[in-house]
Design a protein around this ligand. Structure first.
Ligand code: SF4
Ligand code: SF4
Length: 220
C-alpha cells in the first residue's frame, strides 16, 4: 500500500478521495455533473474531472481514450479477441499535500485550504500558467472567458455545507469515495485499509491524496 500523504498535525477534517477502478463502469456521469455544477466550459478541452479508458492489447500495446472526457461514452474500435483487458480510470485534481502547483505560483493565488483542498483565488491569479506546467496530472486549464486558471475545488461550496462533491454524488456504483483522512473510522479510511491502494506517479512525491484501488502499472 502506498500512503503518499501523511496528515499534518491539527484538528478538523483533512480531505482526500478514493477511486475504485474495479467499480467504475465508464458512464461519465461524474465528468458531466462536474461541468454542470461548476460552470466548466462545454468545449471538450476543459475538464475538472474526466474518465479515461485503458485498453491493454494481447501484443501489450496500450490504448488510452478519453473522448469528451468520457461524457459521451466510449467507442470500441479494436477486436474483442485482441484485448487482454480494459478498464476505466476516473481522474481529477489529487489535492496534493506537497503540491507542485502551489510551490510555483508567483503570487500565492494557488493555496492549500486548512482542510487539505488545493484552491485558486481567481482574483489574484495572473494567468501566468506556471502551475499548469508544474501539475504532473494535467488538472488545470486557463478559463477561456475569465483568462485565469481553473481546476477542481473538490466542490468546496458543497463540502463546507456537508454535501459530497457532485461527481461523488452522481456515481451510480460508488466508485468515488470522498472523506476525511483524519477520521480513522470513516469510509475513506476503510476503503484505503481494505484495498491495496496506490496513487498516481508516486515517484514524484507530490503527496497525492487521491487513492486508487486497482491501479494498473500501465496507467499514467
Ligand atoms: S493534482 Fe495538480 S493541480 Fe491538483 S494539487 Fe496536485 S499538482 Fe496541484
Ligand atoms: S460516475 Fe462512477 S461509474 Fe460512472 S464513470 Fe464516473 S466513476 Fe465511473
Amino acid at each position: 500500500m502506498v500512503f503518499a500523504a501523511k496528515e499534518p498535525e491539527g484538528e478538523g477534517p483533512w480531505y482526500g478521495i478514493g477511486i475504485d477502478i474495479e467499480k467504475c463502469i465508464g458512464c461519465g456521469n461524474c465528468a458531466s455533473s462536474c461541468k454542470q455544477e461548476n460552470d466548466v466550459p462545454e468545449e471538450p478541452f476543459y475538464f475538472r474531472s474526466w474518465v479515461e479508458k485503458y485498453t491493454i492489447m494481447e501484443n501489450e500495446e496500450v490504448i488510452v481514450q478519453a473522448p469528451n472526457g468520457g461524457i459521451d461514452g466510449f467507442d470500441q474500435d479494436v477486436e474483442n479477441e485482441d484485448i487482454m483487458k480494459s478498464f476505466f480510470v476516473p481522474k481529477m485534481c489529487n489535492h496534493c499535500h506537497k503540491s507542485p502547483c502551489v510551490q510555483v505560483c508567483p503570487v500565492g493565488a494557488t493555496f492549500d485550504s486548512p482542510d487539505g483542498v488545493v484552491l485558486v483565488d481567481q482574483e489574484y491569479c495572473i494567468g501566468c500558467r506556471y502551475c499548469i506546467q508544474a501539475c504532473p496530472y494535467g488538472c488545470r486549464y486557463i478559463h477561456p472567458e475569465k483568462k485565469v486558471v481553473d481546476k477542481c475545488t473538490l466542490c468546496y461550496h458543497r463540502i463546507v455545507k456537508g454535501l459530497p462533491p457532485a461527481c461523488m454524488d452522481v456515481c451510480p456504483t460508488g466508485a468515488r469515495i470522498f472523506g476525511d483522512l483524519r477520521d480513522k473510522k470513516g469510509d475513506l479510511h476503510k476503503f484505503i485499509k481494505k484495498h491495496n491502494c496506490h496513487v498516481l506517479k508516486s515517484h514524484l512525491n507530490t503527496g497525492s491524496k487521491l487513492y486508487y484501488n486497482g491501479l494498473n502499472q500501465e496507467v499514467r
